[in-house]
Write a protein that binds this ligand. Sequence first.
Ligand code: ZN
Length: 419
Amino acid sequence: MSTGEQMHALVERLYPLCRSITGDGVRETLDILNEYLPLAVFEVPTGARAFDWTVPQEWNIRDAFIADTTGRRIVDFRESNLHVVSYSTPIDARMTLAELRPHLHTLPEQPSLVPYRTSYYSPDWGFCLAQDVLDRMPDGEYHVRIDSTLDDGHLTYAEHVVPGQVTDEVIVSCHTCHPSLANDNLASIAVAAYLARSLKNPWYTYRFLFMPGTIGAITWLSRNAERIDKVKHGLVLACAGDAGHLTYKKSRRGDAEIDRVLQLVLRERKHEIVDFSPYGYDERQFCSPGFDLGVGSLSRTPYARYPEYHTSGDNPDFVVPWALEDTLAVCREALSLLDRNRTYVNLSPYGEPQLGKRGLYDSLGGRSDAKDAQLAMLWVLNLSDGEHSLLDVAERSGLPFDSVVAAASALHDAELLKV
Ligand code: ZN
């Protein structure tokens, strides 16, 4: 199996679980993920304060349906967990269609699809169904049952840390709170897991965060106040597996190193760069003014911009292995670039140093990329004034970052540069 197929298999495996911002669906998701990536799981009790928020009661659900008078299930949670509004309060009642109707959610414009709806912070119950199904429901009495519980419990999130040579951190986060939605949450979970597994002895310490959206990120931030100063860069992954091209949303700062790294990595691909806005995924929390971290967000087609978004159309068929693999490749390239970016000082800044007598021309002899390599050395020497990093050199010269790193390494070995 290719890596893309392996990630897709993980998406398929996690797809049936009924996740929400709390509850056993999240725990089961993390249990499975733990087989791929050792996780530290954290349980934060109901009622815990997180800045302006409070960890809510834990929601769990076992079954739900709307049945006709013969007992036949017309809407069945066992077929798809999208059929129940997330955080629905329990109910077991008989009612007419007219009484039921205010609790039914459909997509009249996409009549065959089931929408995804939540009601986390205002107690309510509801069902989501295809408009086509609703249109076929005759007036009359229905048995409505939601076997759910809202109790004091916990909010569950997980971390995986890849220790680096320095304690400065890069965070990679993705949300874990959506039920059977494949691109919107599972694709990024799969990419993050395989990204974490690919890191070997990195420069930075990498902290992967698997948390429910909004309340999870706010809870994590509130419990990690002492760590925030260590977080130098970050990336929020979302909608990572559809067939669209990649989209990078810049941090609130707009010129953070991660913003420049992603723009450089995406330079040679079809892509889109969008400015920060306080809407979307957990970049909203990391980039809130009290933190203003250098955290951007990488997606393929961004949220709400594909018709399958937040519907039953966002199923594992909508996520394609090559796209997962492509997102992973860009993430790997970006982190590798971030990890190797250094700022040097030219130790021989008065005129160009003589490269030939140091064997720096010879070492390149005959190589087809010799001209690039030579140009990279000249650029690195020229810009290494202690103010410009290798990222600056790559941006300004248009040369591949790898060539710039190779040039810097050769010049460093020849004692023409120091960090
Ligand atoms: Zn979503």
